[in-house]
Design a protein around this ligand. Structure first.
Ligand SMILES: Cc1cc2nc3c(=O)[nH]c(=O)nc-3n(C[C@H](O)[C@H](O)[C@H](O)COP(=O)(O)OP(=O)(O)OC[C@H]3O[C@@H](n4cnc5c(N)ncnc54)[C@H](O)[C@@H]3O)c2cc1C
Length: 403
């Protein structure tokens, strides 16, 4: 069996559906394939934090600027895929006050709106916050519901002609005379394409390898713990250099605590030690004391699609959270293949736009991207969004309690 398409996108996470939507809105014939449901990779297994960029403001300001820009775009186009909380960056009594000052200054430099309040004022707003909070920087963090986001994005792609194929693992890319020509699925179907986009996230290296192309992925796992807590409506971040257990994302009467960062060799098979769960609870309790003995609803693990062509030492946290679009015609003499890796859920639309710009150029398509301005279908209708989640088998642990 053969299916013909102009662009084949492998990977139905946020990045892949974003690419499919962007190209479909430009009038390109697109087919997207995922081995599972939409968002079944890392996208549905994140914190679900819509970054303001404050987290990266002092370390990688360019990433911070991308985050705040996309944070604003997603609030405009994605409606009920986003919950409009704020974020607290909390200086705990044990934390370095100078780091807090650096963070606030870096936010201002990156054009991230920030205001500083004292611990008592913050606790008046969020009584569950630790009494050890000394100062709090308030930033426009939010909560993103990955299930709704990928479903609505795919629905728009489909409405503009894209084909979405789920539960179809790609076993190999097909090649002919130095050019990628499509892919084969596990049931023997050949998907023939003028151009293939590798949006396979942490698995992008495995997919590229089937075409003899090296993509230097450094997947890093992290655990999230969903606990029952007093109701909160603000993201809590510990204001210190990135470390285990410094983010608490509210979902009504539950909260997602996270996370850790451990390099893994295989993004499907990796250790999930109880000690990591305990560590995250312990560290997050410094922000939200009720977490220390709160009933656990669920634990889940995700794998970051980190890409680094250079040696980064022994800590994956040192790898940029920026994104990379690799044109393999340029870097590997392999035409017909583009890989997009790295980045964040928050910046997926921008990643998709950059990828689609390159692919459109290769195809001679001159239509510009429209994804930053056109609202997603169902953006103002939570029930319709949840029906789309069912349609695309997009339910995920990151927002299981929110829908
Ligand atoms: C612990 C953790 C917490 C995070 N928290 C946040 C956060 O709060 N906010 C934020 O902005 N970002 C966060 N991130 C980062 C963010 O989740 C990811 O960068 C983003 O979701 C990656 O999306 P993606 O589409 O590139 O990859 P994925 O979502 O992994 O999509 C890749 C898809 O490819 C499919 N696939 C792979 N191989 C094949 C194949 N052979 N055939 C068919 N399909 C295939 C997979 O099934 C998968 O669905 C977090 C990441 C981790 C690990």
């Amino acid at each position: 069996m053969t299916h013909q398409t102009d662009v084949l996108v492998v990977g139905g996470g946020a990045t892949g559906v974003g690419v499919a939507r962007d190209l479909a809105l430009r009038g390109v014939d697109v087919t997207l394939v995922d081995r599972g449901g939409l968002g079944s990779g890392t996208t549905g297994r994140s914190h679900g934090l819509l970054h303001s960029g404050a987290r990266y403001a002092d370390s990688t300001p360019a990433d911070a600027r991308e985050c705040i820009r996309e944070n604003e775009v997603l609030r405009d186009i994605a409606g009920a895929c986003i919950r409009d909380t704020d974020g607290f960056f909390v200086q705990h009594a044990r934390d370095d006050p100078a780091y807090f000052d650096t963070k606030v200054a870096a936010c201002r430099d990156a054009d991230i709106p920030v205001s500083v309040i004292d611990g008592a004022t913050a606790r008046a707003r969020e009584p569950a916050l630790t009494p050890a909070a000394e100062r709090v920087a308030v930033v426009p963090d939010g909560v993103v519901l990955p299930s709704r986001l990928v479903a609505a994005t795919a629905a728009d792609a489909r409405a503009h002609g894209a084909t979405i194929r789920l539960h179809e693992p790609i076993t190999a890319l097909t090649t002919d005379a130095g050019r990628v020509t499509g892919a084969r699925t596990a049931d023997g179907t050949t998907l023939s394409a003028t151009h293939v986009v590798n949006a396979a996230g942490a698995w992008a290296g495995d997919l590229a390898a089937t075409a003899g192309v090296d993509v230097d992925m450094h997947p890093a796992s992290g655990v999230m713990v969903t606990v029952e807590t007093p109701e909160t409506d603000t993201v809590f971040n510990r204001c210190r250099p990135a470390a285990d257990g410094d983010i608490v994302v509210p979902h009504g009467s539950t909260a997602v605590l996270g996370t850790t960062s451990v390099d893994v060799d295989d993004a499907d098979e990796f250790a999930t030690p109880d000690a990591a769960v305990e560590r995250v609870i312990d560290e997050c309790s410094a922000l939200l004391p009720a977490a220390s003995d709160a009933p656990i609803r669920t634990t889940y693990w995700g794998v970051r699609p980190l890409y680094s062509p250079s040696d980064y030492g022994d800590d994956a946290r040192a790898i940029s959270r920026g994104f990379y679009v690799l044109d393999h015609a340029d870097c590997d003499d392999t035409a017909g293949l583009t890989t997009v890796v790295g980045g964040k859920l928050t910046t997926h639309r921008l990643m998709a736009e950059a990828t689609a710009d390159l692919v459109a150029d290769r195809l001679g398509v001159t239509e510009p991207s429209r994804t930053a301005n056109e609202p997603l279908p169902g953006h103002d209708d939570p029930e319709r969004l949840d029906a789309l989640v069912d349609t695309f088998d997009a339910a995920s642990p990151a927002d299981a309690d929110a829908r």
